[in-house]
Design a protein around this ligand. Structure first.
Ligand code: CO
Length: 174
C-alpha cells in the first residue's frame, strides 16, 4: 500500500469503516493509482510518422502494392500520377479502406460517381483516407493515423475498371 492511502484509511478507520481499507473497489477518492493506468483507445496517438511514396501510371499499376505500417502511427502517403494520358481517360486516386472491404466491389459501386472521385456516397464509411482523382503529373499527400487494430487494409484506385485491372494493394498494420 502506498503512503497516500494512509490518510484515507485513517479517516475511514476513524469512521469505523475498516473493511474499506485496501479494497480496490472502494469508492474512497484518490486511491485508484494501484490499478494499471487507463489507456484511452479512442484517441489514437501519432507516435511516429512513416512516409511512403507511391505512384500510379498509364499501365494502371501502383508502384508499391505491399506496405507495412505500425498501428497508431501517423502514415504519410505521397501519391503521384506519373502517367501522361489525360485525366478523363487515365486518372488515378488512392483510397485506403477498412479491413475486410472487397476493394473491387467497392470501386465498382463508385463507377457512376465521377463527381465524388468515383466513390459512392453510401460507401464512404469504408474509407479511411482518400486522395482525389489525379491527372498526369499531379500529386497529393495523404496523412492519416494507422488503425489501432492490426490486420490487412486494402487500398485501391477507384477510376473505372482500374481496380479490376489490378490497381490495388494491401497495407499491413502491425
Ligand atoms: Co487508376
Amino acid at each position: 500500500m502506498k503512503t497516500h492511502h494512509i490518510v484515507p484509511c485513517l479517516l475511514l478507520a476513524a469512521a469505523a469503516f475498516f473493511t474499506a481499507c485496501g479494497n480496490e473497489t472502494s469508492t474512497t477518492p484518490a486511491t485508484s493509482s494501484d490499478e494499471a493506468p487507463a489507456v484511452d483507445l479512442s484517441t489514437p496517438k501519432a507516435d511516429a510518422s512513416q512516409t511512403i511514396e507511391i505512384t500510379g501510371n498509364d499501365q494502371m499499376k501502383f508502384s508499391n502494392t505491399e506496405i507495412t505500417v505500425t498501428a497508431g502511427d501517423e502514415v504519410v502517403i505521397e501519391f503521384k500520377n506519373v502517367g501522361t494520358m489525360p485525366k478523363a481517360a487515365m486518372g488515378h486516386n488512392l483510397v485506403v479502406l477498412v479491413q475486410g472491404t472487397d476493394a473491387v466491389a467497392f470501386a465498382n459501386k463508385g463507377v457512376s460517381h465521377a463527381d465524388s472521385d468515383y466513390i459512392a456516397p453510401d460507401a464512404k464509411n469504408a474509407v479511411i483516407a482518400a486522395t482525389k482523382i489525379l491527372g498526369p503529373g499531379e500529386s497529393e499527400t495523404l496523412t492519416f493515423v494507422a488503425p489501432s487494430e492490426p490486420g490487412e487494409y486494402p487500398f485501391v484506385c477507384t477510376f473505372p475498371a482500374h481496380a479490376a485491372a489490378g490497381m490495388r494493394g494491401i497495407i499491413t498494420v502491425k
